[in-house]
Write a protein that binds this ligand. Sequence first.
Ligand SMILES: Cc1cc2nc3c(=O)[nH]c(=O)nc-3n(C[C@H](O)[C@H](O)[C@H](O)COP(=O)(O)OP(=O)(O)OC[C@H]3O[C@@H](n4cnc5c(N)ncnc54)[C@H](O)[C@@H]3O)c2cc1C
Length: 284
Amino acid sequence: MKSVVIIGYGPAGISAAIYLKRQGIEPLVIGKDLGALEGYESEIENYYGLPNPILGKDLIRNGIEQAKHLGIEVITDSVISVKSLEDGFTVITPHAQYETKVVLLATGKTRRTMHRAGFSKFKGKGISMCATCDGYFYRRKKVAIIGCGPYMMHELEYLRKISSDITIFTDGNPLNYEVDVPVVTEKIVEFIGDEKLSAIKTESQIYPINGVFIALGIPSSVEFASQLGVIIEKNNLQVDENYMTNVPGLFAAGDVIGGKLQIAKAVYDGMNAADAIYQYLAHN
Ligand SMILES: Cc1cc2nc3c(=O)[nH]c(=O)nc-3n(C[C@H](O)[C@H](O)[C@H](O)COP(=O)(O)OP(=O)(O)OC[C@H]3O[C@@H](n4cnc5c(N)ncnc54)[C@H](O)[C@@H]3O)c2cc1C
């Protein structure tokens, strides 16, 4: 069993990893991309120690290289689920599973959404972002999962326990898995309903549906955290003064806990979370 798995190799995750390593703890860091700064050409000027502006992406890459240089294990993979064990957690990716005493969520801010008519109206009224959290409300009802990758398979496995009437909508994407439930590959045009969602409209048809579970791409920490029962307010994971959530051993730092969404603050959070994790491991 590992001591600490850090999910996220942005400023918060890497800062925590460096401080943990310095205290003799060997964290495993898992990240999937360059986080908030992925896909932007933004230059950073307001962070300490930069004589010239640096591309945000390069600053993040430098952080990852620094961690590797210090001998920290850093891997690129996408975490699709975190499960509680009696004495820790299992962190699950499409390629591996890691048992660990402590998890630090340093996953940044992601707001997954679908830019389709009716999405915002029915989010929380038939459209859910988390099967484990909301699946129960749709037991024995007509359920749809929107997705085509490992996250979709994860949600399908869970929803099977709740409903036998499940359809997968790939929203125009190819499906890379063999499944034994109906699959609709057409693009979704609209989510339809009155007070609550009642159907999905694709390019050529309307499908009556009671509950839709969005499983596009990779889940955000808000989804992991909801699955584990973490208190979330205004899309921010709630932590105590030691950066621990209400789930013992599950810590969070950086943009994911809200406050100033800045690199300096994420680095500061990472440092503090590392100290708190060190103390937690010493007493548990
Ligand atoms: C366009 C733009 C410009 C900005 N400019 C500035 C600036 O000039 N100055 C400044 O201080 N701040 C700036 N920021 C904000 C800054 O980028 C963030 O505050 C900072 O990156 C937060 O660090 P973090 O470690 O909390 O999260 P992030 O940097 O977002 O890192 C999140 C990490 O979590 C990983 N992750 C998420 N989900 C998973 C998963 N399921 N599995 C595996 N890994 C996962 C990601 O791959 C990534 O490694 C800017 C942000 C944006 C969007």
